[in-house]
Ligand binder design. Structure first.
Ligand code: SF4
Length: 204
């Protein structure tokens, strides 16, 4: 934290994003995460804390919740990993049911242990869930898949608080991390239209 603060000076607020539950036997859990959050607060260098969960290697779906995209993972992997995903993928990519604000119960325990502003992550897709986070004492929320699906979602929610998210938690965007992160349900334009002239020196 000191190295980061020294590098950015006073220009940038530092967000500390840390795990609170690996989701594997013997892994990191709240009993260790709470004191770590308190150390970060005592340092006085972090502006805010964002809590996450799930070991990305040992139990990745513990963070994402929803469907496990086994076929899509196998499709992008080279052999012999492709074969491994087909054989033992179900064991590695366990599906967990998606619920709104699915990290709230654990994050609440960190919330109670520190006074630092906090960001609630996980299953935040609608205004009512954002309101729930604020009522629970979180100052901010973080969104990811919902914005991959609809980058303009926040503007639409601002205009109409009842706007639902179109993200269906299929998690087929997860394997696109290897080829350019995107929602597979969003059509990608194959043609690009220039909206301004070529800069000087470019061949015509
Ligand atoms: S692929 Fe699209 S709809 Fe499916 S989880 Fe990802 S962002 Fe949501």
């Amino acid at each position: 934290m000191r190295a980061v603060r020294d590098a950015v000076g006073d220009r940038i607020a530092i967000i500390a994003k840390m795990n609170m539950d690996d989701g594997v036997p013997g892994g990191f859990w709240l009993d260790e995460a709470i004191p770590v959050a308190q150390w970060l607060e005592a340092d006085g260098l972090a502006a805010t804390l964002e809590m996450t969960a799930g070991s990305s290697l040992l139990n990745p779906m513990y963070l994402f919740k929803g469907d496990a995209p086994l076929k899509e993972f196998a499709d992008v992997m080279p052999q012999p990993i492709k074969l491994g995903v087909k054989l033992v993928g179900k064991r590695k990519l366990k599906a967990y049911p998606y619920t709104d604000a699915y990290l709230l119960e654990d994050s609440r325990q960190i919330r109670a242990a520190v006074k630092l502003p906090m960001i609630l992550l996980g299953g935040i897709t609608t205004k009512s869930v954002m309101d729930l986070a604020m009522d629970e004492g979180f100052e901010f929320v973080a969104m990811a898949r919902a914005l991959l699906r609809e980058p303009d979602l926040i503007n639409r929610i601002q205009k109409d608080a009842s706007t639902p998210s179109l993200c269906n938690h299929c998690n087929k965007c997860m394997p696109t991390n290897f080829t350019g992160t995107r929602c597979v349900l969003v059509q990608r334009s194959t043609t690009r239209t220039a909206t301004r002239g070529k800069p000087e020196g470019y061949a015509s």
